[in-house]
Design a protein around this ligand. Structure first.
Ligand code: NAD
Length: 290
């Protein structure tokens, strides 16, 4: 049993913290929204983030964006100062690489960036994938806990490497989804059925996760969001956020990424036109109209 502080109990954090409670750990939780703390029965409700971190061996955060993470760790009364010197701090939020590195460098504690893939369903089911950057020894210490919230934890390298892996992966996902949508729309224009394209491409070199697990048109993959009017899933606004992080990192690194930039532009337009709350595969409707 470990003593754990868990801060940020939204769509993702609450089910992750519940899985740690279920695994028998002593979990102290904090969220700025007091009602969010009710979502983790069996956890101690702390009065502040610093209080949740006091005496903890591990501190997890699952917060919206980089500014919240920087503030939570390095701000006045922040987690870095409030946690015991030997604690391992683990940020599971999806944020920019630069902030992850800054918190690791300035916090004075073992700090890991550990964003996740798998969404709310994965958080509920304990099947997330963690991609982790930071010290190898700290990773080894926290790995058993990650595997109680997920089914894979990959140590990707030094501080920021977890966020870098997440940004690269989601940019690939956006691009394969968009080109899969374009292929289905082209098939429609050419009189080729969705099922026929699926049957060919899923057994050929056009195969991808976007096609075979998350097919953007209804029919071929019954479990995909296309079959439930594009209720997420993974929302287009979160995809836009992740593309912004990837392209921001690319610009900072001096790399020009034509396909990534185009994907960002298309998802930005989809969100501006009201698609932000839809699953990211719902962009097929906009592709069809253009
Ligand atoms: P959310 O908005 O549902 O939850 C965030 C929670 O953090 C809220 O309850 C909010 O009150 C709390 N919070 C904000 N600032 C705080 C602070 N300073 N101290 C304490 N609590 C604070 O967001 P979410 O969907 O749970 O996503 C969290 C992170 O996970 C994001 O970075 C997101 O990009 C990433 N992510 C989300 C998904 C998904 O499908 N939702 C999938 C993968 C990754």
């Amino acid at each position: 049993m470990a003593r754990i502080g868990f801060i940020g109990l939204g769509n993702m954090g609450a089910p992750m913290a519940r899985n740690l409670v279920k695994a028998g750990h002593a979990v102290a939780v904090f969220d700025l929204a007091p009602a969010a703390m009710q979502a983790v029965p069996g956890a101690a409700q702390a009065v502040s983030a610093a209080a949740a971190a006091q005496g903890a061996e591990f501190v997890f955060t699952m917060l919206p964006a980089g500014e919240h993470v920087r503030d939570a760790y390095l701000g006045a009364g922040g987690l870095a100062a409030a946690s015991p010197a030997g604690a391992v701090l683990v940020d599971c939020s999806t944020i920019d690489v630069a902030t992850a590195r800054a918190v690791a460098e300035q916090g004075g504690r073992a700090f890991l960036d550990a964003p996740v893939s798998g969404g709310v369903m994965g958080a509920e089911a304990g099947t997330l994938t963690f991609m982790v950057g930071g010290d190898a020894e700290a990773f080894a210490a926290v790995e058993p806990l990650l595997l109680q919230m997920g089914r894979a934890a990959i140590h990707c390298g030094a501080a920021g490497a977890g966020q870098a892996a997440k940004a690269c992966n989601n940019m690939m996902l956006a691009a394969t989804m968009l080109v899969t949508c374009e292929a289905f729309v082209l098939a429609e224009k050419l009189g080729l059925s969705h099922q026929a394209l699926f049957d060919v491409a899923s057994r050929s070199s056009g195969q991808s996760w976007s096609l075979t697990t998350y097919c953007p048109v209804p029919g071929p993959v019954p479990g995909s969001p296309a079959n439930r009017d594009y209720v997420p899933g993974f929302s287009a606004s979160l995809m836009l956020k992740d593309l912004g992080l990837a392209l921001g990192a690319a610009r900072a690194a001096g790399v020009e990424l034509g396909v990534g930039e185009k994907a960002l532009e298309i998802y930005r337009r989809f969100v501006e036109e009201g698609g932000g709350g839809k699953d990211f595969s719902g962009v097929v409707g906009m592709v069809r109209q253009t």
